[in-house]
Design a protein around this ligand. Sequence first.
Ligand code: B12
Length: 209
Amino acid sequence: MFEELKASIIAGDQEKATGLTTKMLNDGIGPQKILKEGLVPGMDVVGEKFRSYEMWLPEVILSAKAMKASTELLKPYWDQNGGGETLGKIVIATVEGDVHDIGKNLVSMMLESAGFEMTDLGVNVKIQAIIDAANRVDADLIGLSALLTTTMLAMKSAIKAIRGSGSKAKVMVGGSPITQEYASEIESDGFAPDALRAITLAKKLVGKS
Ligand code: B12
């Protein structure tokens, strides 16, 4: 069934992808397994095919829609933290010039399930809007996502601007082109390569690990 789910993401067949995801959840398969063994491998193939011109933008958009609709279904199934006190407040956004949000949404969803209070500003967000939101909610942490090698460069100035604004929030970064090396170079407070590790990182950064 995982292969079928993967294939439905590659084919951009939203109906099939959501149908299979629902069936798996009803069968008691955990959301993490569905994500790791079906949805993400499907999106990985889409990325490879896009790079090698075997897939074009309209097809990638269909795959992305199928992926988004399926990950939305996982949301209620992540372990909730029992409604206790919040671990901290996080403002998250995809940086200006970048409209990729599947990974950012996953990170946001999982941080929320882990017990953080999330303010998700969406995509293509100007740095000033991020700073304003962080001040408004008194954020402990800001998460910046970038999927393009062009927009990841903007993270450096974004971090400078956040620090210059006097905000107390720490900054974590992520997205497929980001490496630990780059994250250190731009003096972010942390980097995580996936949503699960983003939880560990966020807890560490707010001193709750
Ligand atoms: C889907 C997709 C799209 C969709 C996006 C739909 C959406 N709503 O997001 C659409 C079709 C709109 C799109 C558009 C474009 N895309 Co595109 N896209 C992709 C694709 C295939 C998959 C991305 C994805 O969703 N991956 C799945 C998620 C789960 O993974 P993820 O995003 O990496 O997120 C995980 C981690 O990175 C991390 N993470 C992510 N964010 C954060 C944040 C924090 C704080 C932390 C801690 C962690 C973290 O955790 C996530 C979950 O585990 C990638 C290929 C790839 N391999 O990345 C290309 C890719 C990113 N796109 C690319 C390009 C070129 C474009 C376009 C410029 C194409 C065009 N000619 O118009 C436009 C750009 C538009 C813009 N201005 O942003 C290139 C980028 C190349 C480069 N070097 O910059 C890629 C790499 C494809 C390729 N192989 O060439 N794209």
